[in-house]
Design a protein around this ligand. Sequence first.
Ligand SMILES: [Zn+2]
Length: 85
Amino acid sequence: MPPSGPPAALPVPAARCSTARTMPAAGPARRSATPRQAALQRLDAGVYGDCVDCGQPIALERLRVQPAAERCAACQAARERLRRA
Ligand SMILES: [Zn+2]
């Protein structure tokens, strides 16, 4: 019976598949990105949660309800008012 010692070379886990990070650029311009993609881009840029119009942080409650929101409630309301007019 062999003495108990450190186990011989442990199998090294294979490198994790990284296909998820290699996403092909969907559109020619960033403007064509979906709100969700735009939110992810802002997350990458470190500005996620900031209103794109006034730069103020968007209320957490709002982000919780609408994670892809890119404007604070005030700016969004103003924008929708303009769009309807
Ligand atoms: Zn705003």
